[in-house]
Design a protein. Structure first.
Length: 202
């Protein structure tokens, strides 16, 4: 997929999560712009500080602003895992187990990894089985278990259509038929993260 160095060199990533949210992320400093419907949230993921706007008007009421920032952070945690999970397999607090050989729903031979979590993320009781294609060497499917003790996954989706963006490979097909409009760049104007004004997708 490019390796750790390529991942660290990647600066700005944009994607449209399942057609419901558009996200611009500055990996280096943690700034996020999230657009969902009429709402625009500009927040730093490290400090959780930021601003929120509804139909262009800033949300100034403290509890509503805080809620908007928290929801944007939670959405990022979810949406970014769909995008970048293979780069996060060795994050602190992630436990990997080798479950041996298996097959994807498409019938391809795969190595099966199991992910559990130790007090990290917003849903630490989740469990995943990640199927890495024996021929491709890339993730080709994941099975999501809402609770680590569940016997049946809540969902299973493919990881197909791997393409190069900048220095890294990213999955472009999770079986939902949508264009995630993925883009990676080395430079974006600061206004993307500082102004609620309209921004065109890269």
């Amino acid at each position: 997929m490019g390796g750790r160095e390529a991942w660290e060199r990647t600066r700005f990533v944009f994607w449209n999560f399942m057609g419901s949210r558009r996200l611009w992320w500055d990996k280096r400093i943690g700034d996020l712009r999230l657009e969902s419907g009429n709402r625009v949230v500009l927040v730093n993921l490290n400090t959780h500080e930021g601003r929120a706007f509804e139909k262009g008007q800033e949300i100034l009421e403290p509890s509503l602003r805080k809620s908007s920032l928290e929801k944007a952070y939670a959405a990022f945690i979810n949406d970014s895992y769909w995008m970048f999970m293979p780069y996060k397999l060795r994050d602190p607090g992630v436990h990997l187990a080798d479950l041996g050989e298996g097959k994807t729903q498409a019938g391809r031979a795969a190595e099966v990894l199991e992910l559990t979590f130790d007090g990290v993320g917003l849903t630490p009781k989740n469990r995943y089985q990640v199927l890495v294609g024996k021929q491709s060497g890339l993730v080709e499917q994941w099975d999501f278990y809402q609770d680590r003790d569940d016997k049946v996954p809540r969902l299973s989706t493919p990881w197909n259509g791997w393409k190069r963006f900048g220095h890294i490979l990213l999955c472009t097909d999770h079986g939902d038929g949508r264009d995630w409009e993925i883009a990676v760049s080395d430079d974006l104007p600061r206004s993307v993260f500082e102004s609620p004004g309209p921004v065109r997708a890269p």
